[in-house]
Design a protein around this ligand. Structure first.
Ligand SMILES: [Zn+2]
Length: 387
């Protein structure tokens, strides 16, 4: 049976509807369900939620992406598995925003948190999702954390990542290959809620205060670049004076379809030979990542003064150790002063002191945290700070 969420969780200036706007051509429309719409009917790009009052305010009590709830749709059920607040660290001459520290190792977790919160708030316990590499795995993990059932529809096995097939099979997920079967609620990767989740990367880059002039984003479709652009525009509308150029990197002959006609994003296409050399170079420096992420590091190095967004990596960290790291970053952001390992542990004693020491050591080695050595009484001790 087709179902539609007709609940708008807060009265908007348009009554019980959301205003969505194309991030490319500006086409606008009023809708009552944010998952029932897909692409712009005029130009084929993506539609984002238009908030009436943009005020950037950090909610220190908000978990994960809900830290930025003032700029997210007001959704009563706020689900988070601790996504976001991923480290930003120096790698050679560039900064890297490392999204593999998200709960499932992918930037897509930011989108899943918002989508699953929305689905839960609509009162649905079952939904269908069109398969998309990396995204589907994350969405299924978030759905299962809420005991929701997710069915997957895919174009064919040969369009699927082998790791994803194994993951879905191991979780006993129903996968169908009949794409005409758009049973509602139906979740596609490109929808306004995905954009809301992904744009929080822009807020975190701004909050980190790193000195850079551009953000380099790996781009297959261009959705991530447009989401970050939306985040930056909302910060500006909040009265924050920031100015980053967005550079979208793609492989030659596969230009990101949603970016056609977008003036505020610079698209850089790299040929296969150059891309392979870039990947070899990044791997030789100890980074194990997907080719398009390696390309964004390479392009960031070439442009200079840049933050490269690393959407995901192959290395899997234990969830526990990435949670400790996230807690450390959270405490340092909150306290706004250098802290010793003991002080960090004492502020939020959710893990053992030993786990905090261990996480700090590994963050030190990966240049994900900076420290000073200071004298405390008769002995010297390290105080940690964000780089
Ligand atoms: Zn459009």
């Amino acid at each position: 049976m087709a179902r539609l969420c007709t609940k708008v969780f807060a009265m908007t200036e348009h009554g019980e509807r959301y205003r969505v706007k194309c991030l490319s051509c500006g086409y606008e429309k009023l809708v009552s369900d944010l998952l029932s719409i897909s692409l712009c009917p005029r130009c084929g790009s993506v539609l984002g939620v238009n908030h009436s009052n943009n005020v950037f305010r950090v909610d220190l009590m908000g978990r994960g992406v809900w830290r930025y709830s003032s700029l997210l749709p007001s959704i009563p059920e706020r689900i988070s598995l601790g996504e976001g607040l991923t480290p930003i660290s120096k790698f050679g001459s560039v900064w890297i925003k490392n999204e593999r520290f998200n709960p499932t190792g992918s930037y897509a977790d930011r989108a899943s948190a918002v989508i699953i919160s929305y689905i839960k708030s609509c009162g649905w316990s079952l939904f269908t999702s069109l398969y998309e590499r990396d995204f589907t795995k994350s969405l299924v993990r978030y759905a299962q954390s809420q005991n929701m059932q997710c069915r997957v529809v895919a174009l064919g096995m040969n369009f699927m990542d082998i790791d994803d097939i194994l993951f879905l099979a191991s979780k006993n997920i129903e996968v169908s290959f009949n794409i005409d079967n758009e049973e509602k609620p139906f979740v596609r990767y490109a929808n306004p809620l995905t954009i809301e989740g992904l744009k929080t990367i822009a807020f975190e880059i701004y909050e980190s205060g790193v000195s850079a002039e551009r953000i380099v984003v790996p781009s297959e479709t261009g959705l991530l670049a447009l989401s970050i652009l939306k985040g930056l525009n909302e910060l500006r509308e909040s009265g924050i004076d920031i100015n980053y150029e967005i550079v979208a990197v793609s492989l030659k002959n596969s230009s990101p379809s949603y970016l056609a006609g977008v003036r505020d994003v610079k698209v850089v296409e790299i040929g296969d030979g150059e891309a392979y050399e870039a990947l070899k170079n990044v791997i030789s420096k100890g980074f194990n990542t997907k080719p398009l992420s390696a390309l964004s590091i390479y392009v960031a190095e070439n442009f200079g003064k840049a933050v490269a967004v690393l959407t995901m990596g192959f290395k899997t960290l234990s969830t526990r150790s990435s949670n400790v790291k996230r807690m450390i970053i959270e405490v340092l952001l909150q306290e706004k002063r250098p802290l010793t390992a003991y002080e960090i542990w004492k502020t939020k004693p959710v893990y053992t002191l030993r786990a905090v020491y261990k996480a700090l050591k590994s963050m030190e080695l990966a240049n994900e945290i900076c420290f000073d050595v200071v004298s405390k009484g008769m002995r010297k001790t390290k105080v940690y700070k964000l780089c």
